[in-house]
Ligand binder design. Structure first.
Ligand code: M6R
Length: 369
């Protein structure tokens, strides 16, 4: 049932190109527009939405953080993202014009379920992004967009994450499409890019052997840090979460701009720091900033593991290890940047003799509080 792989996690990582394609299936029409009729919230209701609030836990929360960048860019609707376990115990300000998006692979996470009940009690509409047909969260929501990743068995979420991102992009683009925005042309171009993204994930998977080797060489380390900016910041958080749960290592993700506000004090000789580099083509200011962050940490002895777009030569002098990913639009980069981090964590766990599919102390779906 593991399809020839040693672990479900490896199988699920490998399934990502297909999972991504399945999530897109039937949702882009021949004219290149989105058809999300299944969402069942009418176009006029979506036009009235004046705030989006995303609630989720763990990896699904990281997908939500990335969604915020996409939603605010393409729709200009303010978007907040909150851990479901915090949201449910607050007095959040919501009304009928608030669209709450609950993201959950299992559809059974107690905190996310409680957060959505809390939101509905106050009149907000809830859209679930979920992987498990007929589970509790979609049943209790006003609408659902299924991710169609297929069953995810490994505790560490991989293909569910990538398909959650696809679903989030679809919602953001759909909101933009329905409401009309000045980004109309860009939205069409991104829909085309999204249709290609599965192929790009496949290309990343074909080049992972050096990442595995690198992971094995770091198996004796105690700490790994992750840095990113913009949508690369949640990718850094996700890379760190994967390493914590699988390799039982101290791993932390930071927004690179925060370095000098504290975390840079952690840098010491030979400390591995993974840096997610934004595309130099998109917003070049982001790229330039992260190159100077790399200079700063390297001057203090960090061993940099740099994830950068093919053809980005500016990073070469500051990279002790370079992992190349295909060029994508800035907002879609997490789709390819997250993959090497999954492989990295899985291989490190194996090298440390840990149980990959069933890490200690963890359950696949957290149905308790
Ligand atoms: O089923 P859910 O998406 O609601 O689960 C949320 C988290 O428990 C989950 O993403 C968890 O963080 C994973 N083990 C991360 O790999």
């Amino acid at each position: 049932e593991k399809g020839g792989y040693d672990y479900f996690m490896l199988k699920e990582i490998a399934e990502q190109p297909k999972a991504v394609a399945d999530t897109l299936l039937g949702r882009i029409d021949a004219a290149g527009s989105l058809t999300l009729d299944e969402v069942r919230i009418s176009a006029s209701e979506l036009r009235e939405v004046d705030k989006v609030v995303i609630v989720a836990c763990g990896t699904a929360f990281h997908a939500g953080l990335i969604a915020k960048y996409a939603i605010e860019h393409w729709t200009r609707i303010p978007c907040e993202v909150e851990l479901a376990s915090e949201f449910r115990y607050r007095d959040p300000i919501l009304d009928q014009q608030t669209l709450v998006i609950a993201i959950s692979q299992s559809g059974e996470t107690m905190d996310t379920l409680m957060a959505l009940r809390h939101a509905r009690e106050q009149g907000a509409k809830v859209l679930a992004i979920c992987n498990t047909n007929g589970s509790t969260i979609p049943r209790e929501s006003d609408a659902v967009l299924y991710t169609h990743a297929g069953p995810e068995v490994a505790v560490a979420s991989t293909k569910a994450f990538l398909t959650q991102l696809v679903a989030c992009y679809l919602v953001a683009l759909y909101l933009g499409q329905v409401r009309g925005t000045k980004w109309g042309d860009e939205i069409h171009a991104v829909i085309r890019d999204l249709a290609q993204i599965g192929r790009q994930v496949e290309r990343v998977l074909e080049t992972m052997e050096p990442v595995r080797e690198l992971a094995r060489s770091l198996a004796h380390k105690n700490t790994v840090l992750f840095l990113g900016r913009h949508v690369g910041y949640p990718v850094a958080l996700e890379g760190a979460l994967k390493l914590k749960e699988l390799a039982y290592m101290h791993a932390e993700g930071f927004a690179a701009g925060e370095l000098k506000h504290g975390p840079i004090a952690l840098i010491e000789d030979d400390l591995p720091v993974v840096v997610v580099v934004p595309s130099p083509r998109g917003r070049s200011v982001l790229h330039d900033k992260i190159v100077s962050n790399m200079q700063e940490i390297r001057a203090r002895g960090a061993r940099t593991i740099v994830i950068a777009e093919e053809g980005d030569e500016a990073v070469v002098p500051y990279a002790d290890h370079l992992i190349r990913i295909p060029a994508t639009p800035t907002l879609l980069q997490p789709m390819v940047a997250a993959v090497p981090l999954q492989v990295f964590a899985c291989e490190l766990a194996t090298a440390r003799g840990n149980e990959v599919d069933q890490p200690r102390n963890l359950a696949k779906s957290v149905t308790v509080e």
